[in-house]
Design a protein around this ligand. Structure first.
Ligand SMILES: NC(=O)c1ccc[n+]([C@@H]2O[C@H](COP(=O)([O-])OP(=O)(O)OC[C@H]3O[C@@H](n4cnc5c(N)ncnc54)[C@H](OP(=O)(O)O)[C@@H]3O)[C@@H](O)[C@H]2O)c1
Length: 276
């Protein structure tokens, strides 16, 4: 079996775990419980955002885990744009999370109608230089947004976190990421918003062939396609089920069967519209 590396080295030099834990739609108390379970299970990357309103709970879970701060890769995201607003949001996130640095900070959405994402990106580049964040990235950026920030600031984002699952696998965007040394991080990897993926005959056939669940198969496909993957669950059994994807491998033929499910249709928000 080809062993997947457990981490990817980002263009800025830091290492990001290949696999992590999402916390969207969980409140502070729920996030504390879920992240404690995830950390006890073995996850070492936790993904939150100002907009999730659960940074306090996430911070408490990390503090309660007994792990050293540097053993956990902590990501947050900023919704507000504008240089000063991003800087203020970062200070507030650090306070809520009870830490003095983030491993990764992302602009949550490009919000092109607001048209401040370039100066917002500069705020992240400066925060990285000051050590407040180890790595700087973006989320939901299209090729045009990525190209513009790189052209105007000379600094490419280290990560772009985007909707990515078998029904929306973003081949063109991933190719651009690869050419520009941008790591792809997949949100919504279980594609449950549109539903149907777990019942898809192709996914079910692959799952049966490997004695795995449909969730495990689509998460494993995402990992083998080279992405950082961050499934979310508040259910302890599922948190553990989703973790058990590191000890089997899908052959090329199965990866291609799942590649063929791409519809090109997103289930989540459109980067050109959200937050304008
Ligand atoms: N950057 C962005 O704009 C953005 C947008 C969305 C999400 N994200 C990040 O990405 C993370 C993951 O995305 P997501 O939360 O939207 O979706 P997801 O991880 O694809 O799916 C989560 C849903 O799947 C269910 N689930 C989890 N494991 C399962 C399993 N093994 N079997 C059956 N159902 C299962 C969960 O239910 P239970 O919780 O009830 O178990 C929950 O309803 C988020 O939590 C967040 O951190 C980022």
């Amino acid at each position: 079996m080809t062993r997947l590396s457990t981490a990817i080295t980002l263009s800025g030099g830091a290492e990001i775990p290949r696999y992590g834990f999402g916390t969207f739609k969980i409140d502070d108390d729920g996030a504390q419980a879920a992240v404690e379970t995830a950390l006890a299970t073995g996850y070492r990357l936790v993904d939150t955002a100002v907009g999730y309103q659960n940074e306090v709970g996430v911070g408490r879970a990390i503090a309660a885990s007994g792990l050293k701060r540097e053993e956990v890769f902590l990501t947050s995201k900023v919704w507000e744009h504008g240089y000063d607003d991003v800087r203020r949001n970062l200070r507030e996130s650090l306070e809520r999370l009870g830490t003095d640095y983030l491993d990764l900070y992302l602009l949550h959405w490009p919000r092109p109608g607001v048209d401040l994402y370039v100066e917002s990106w500069r705020a992240l580049v400066d925060a990285r230089a000051e050590g407040l964040i180890r790595s700087a990235g973006v989320s939901n950026f299209t090729v045009d947004h990525l190209a513009r920030v790189e052209a105007e600031t000379g600094a490419a984002p280290e990560v772009n976190q985007v909707e990515l699952h078998p029904y929306f696998s973003q081949p063109e965007l991933r190719a651009y990421h690869d050419e520009h040394a941008i790591a792809t991080e997949s949100w919504g990897p279980l594609a449950l918003r549109g539903g149907g993926l777990f019942e898809d005959p192709a996914v079910q056939a692959v799952a049966e062939a490997h004695g795995r669940t449909p969730a495990q198969v689509v998460l494993r496909w995402n990992l083998q396609r080279g992405n950082v993957v961050i499934p979310k669950s508040v259910t302890p059994e599922r948190i553990r089920e989703n973790w058990e994807v590191l000890d089997f491998e899908l052959p090329q033929s199965d990866l291609e069967k799942i590649d063929a499910l791409d519809t090109g249709v997103r289930q989540g928000g459109d980067p050109l519209e959200v937050g304008n």
